[in-house]
Write a protein that binds this ligand. Sequence first.
Ligand code: FAD
Length: 371
Amino acid sequence: MKVVVVGAGVAGTAAAWAARRAGAEVALVHDRAGASALASGAADWDRWQAAAGQHPLEADAVALASALGYSTDPCLVCTASGVLRPAQGRDRAVLDLTLLAGRRIGVADLARDDWDAELIARALSSSAWARTTETRFAPRALALSDVQHASSWDLAARFDDPGEREKLAAELVKGRGEVDAWLCGPWLGTAAGAHEALSQRVELPLGEALSPPGGAAGARFESARDALLEQAGIETRREAVSEVVVGSGRIDVHLAGGERWGADRLVLALGGVAAGGVRLDEARARFELSLGAPVTLQVDGLSTDAVSTLHGVDFAAHGPALLEQVGIATVGAAALGTPSVFVAGDVMADRPRTWLRALVTGLHAGRAAGG
Ligand SMILES: Cc1cc2nc3c(=O)[nH]c(=O)nc-3n(C[C@H](O)[C@H](O)[C@H](O)COP(=O)(O)OP(=O)(O)OC[C@H]3O[C@@H](n4cnc5c(N)ncnc54)[C@H](O)[C@@H]3O)c2cc1C
């Protein structure tokens, strides 16, 4: 069985991993960075503002999330503007405040344009959670040079280097006895292992606030993903797919450079509107995929043609939520009407765009395709 997966976000990675474990020969193709490479480091099942408790996860989902550097224990995380929020999981470099209730937390104070330690400490200290648990946050200056204008991604990459990491560790170690834990910005490395090495050296709980789009959490996902795919023996190619042609018993995947790959089964894990997997053809006011494929785009259970007027998609009737709903219509993990094509993640219609849903739908699509 030959399975081709298009997309290397959380969903495509999970699909490729699951199809390989089901015994299929798997090839994966992807081009631009998707939402998974832009994400914050929090992992939710539903949009967190609407989340109703914890969603139970199967063992494979927990194991795969862990291999991608994520914990799936319920946690309390914060943004770089000092907003606290619950999550169902997190990049392990993100600080979980759950076990730090009642403690003294130092907020790493670096002279940076995108990080105001004093304001963050004040915002967190005045949260209902901190007041109820008597948790204290206070800024503490770190003497590190050349940090002001580096982007948060560049600063995180700097601490991948053991020598640079040691300079940060030496500053954090000075807080021992005065703070019980450290909250840093999203700078603790872009490679897997950098955060763990720092924690061991400092011997205090420490972690990051959530990342801005395209920050350290996304970079760590990409590095963990590449290692996982290589270890699983999955061939990967960085190139756009322009079209997939589904014949009886065979699928032709047309790469933008002109090459064609044959497959028995296909998984489309293209991401949603945010990542460009689904886009709006403004001239025709119609949604379309980033590649040609014999699938149906759907919103609210109806084909996008059916929810459109003669003049195109009726935005007024559906509002901005349309952009989070539009995607490929499915029956279980398969594309509606095309049973050899499976669909996963943000490109599925009418599903919340969240990290854990992308992972779990990827596992389902990969198993179905590879079995
Ligand atoms: C800024 C931001 C913050 C977020 N914060 C959170 C959060 O706090 N909690 C949470 O749970 N979720 C969050 N999310 C959502 C979460 O990141 C996504 O739901 C999840 O990562 C989607 O994964 P995916 O694999 O479906 O798609 P993506 O990660 O978007 O991957 C799509 C893949 O498809 C590939 N692709 C598309 N078209 C083609 C083509 N024609 N040819 C080849 N390859 C193609 C792309 O290259 C990419 O590899 C956030 C998203 C963003 C953008």
